[in-house]
Design a protein around this ligand. Structure first.
Ligand code: DON
Length: 307
């Protein structure tokens, strides 16, 4: 008999939802602070085409830093190995929006998931696309099977108004000759990519190629098998910022979080998970999201780095 994924998701959802809410909804972007902390959804898309869900899996939420996974993939497609001249692949051990390490390391961002690295990646996209925002929206739409994706203008405006720290990071990269475009243009594109709302089901679907050796279920190649392994490696070592050691200890899957409370996690060869619960732990990662993934990983007997 095949594994009963639906009862696993139902059990995990019920167990985690019964526990008291820990953590705090992100409020440094005021538009995000309005989200109800009790929202909670889970989706699992399998490489055999089946999709399972529990809770509010069809409710759109702000993808935030999960967008960095998709812009990384776009930049890998455009630049190949040369991308790694622009950004590293080492865990930072510092907060996602930290400037400290950049000063010590000549403005070379440690990895593509901290804000500095994500801004370097968006800068790379701005250099190649006449309409980078359109390109990002179209890429995401094609991966999650939607005709069109829209930006939440309220969230985008709020990010722009409270984005001085990200602008500071971008100027710092520019001061080190690692940023060839206008700071305002790149930060605008970055804020807007973060302000895209998607559902757990759509995000699980969008990331499914990473569980499928780099191809979509329709057979379209997104990344080469080697690039897919590289992306999964960066997710495993950097996907949850300075909380990644604890995450790999508890869950052990390559993953990417966002301050909207979402986490995408990949089960290589099997499927792609997305969980959403807005209250965040001290590192800016969804507290319940990690709890849920820990229960799922334990049930599937995940071995970190192996599966
Ligand atoms: O740039 C920012 O700070 C946000 N737009 C995204 C940060 C984020 O999602 C970090 N993830 N946990």
């Amino acid at each position: 008999m095949s594994y009963d994924y639906q009862s696993l998701l139902d059990r995990v959802h019920a167990t985690v939802a019964a526990q008291p809410i820990r953590g705090k909804v992100a409020d440094y972007i005021p538009a995000l602070a309005r989200v109800d902390g009790r929202r909670f959804g889970l989706a699992l898309a399998l490489t055999d085409g089946r999709v399972f869900s529990a809770g509010e899996a069809d409710e759109p939420f702000s993808i935030q830093s999960m967008s960095k996974l998709f812009t990384l993939v776009m930049a890998q497609r455009l630049y190949g190995d040369d991308l790694w001249q622009r950004v590293g692949r080492e865990p930072s051990g510092t907060a996602f929006n930290s400037l400290v390490q950049l000063e010590h390391e000549d403005g070379f961002p440690r990895n593509p998931f901290i804000n500095a690295g994500a801004l370097a990646v968006t800068n790379a996209l701005v250099s190649r696309y006449a309409q980078p925002e359109r390109a990002i929206l179209d890429f995401l739409a094609s991966l999650c099977g939607r005709k069109k994706i829209f930006i939440d203008e309220d969230v985008a405006r709020s990010e722009e108004q409270h984005g001085d720290r990200n602008r500071a990071i971008a100027y710092f990269l520019k001061a080190h000759d690692r940023f060839e475009n206008d700071v305002a243009e790149v930060t605008r594109t970055y804020f807007r990519q973060c302000a895209i709302p998607l559902t757990c089901r759509e995000l699980a679907q969008a990331a499914l190629f990473l569980a499928n050796n780099g191809t979509t279920l329709d057979g379209a190649r997104v990344l080469s098998p080697v690039q897919t392994r590289q992306t999964l490696a960066v997710m495993l070592t950097c996907g949850l910022y300075d909380g990644v050691g604890d995450f790999v200890f508890r869950v052990g899957l390559p993953a990417k979080s966002g301050v909207g409370g979402g986490i995408i996690a990949i089960l290589p060869g099997v499927g792609s998970l997305c969980v959403w619960s807005p209250p965040l732990d001290a590192r800016g990662n969804s507290a319940r999201g990690i709890d849920a993934l820990e229960l799922i990983a334990a049930d599937l007997a995940v071995v970190p780095g192996v599966l």
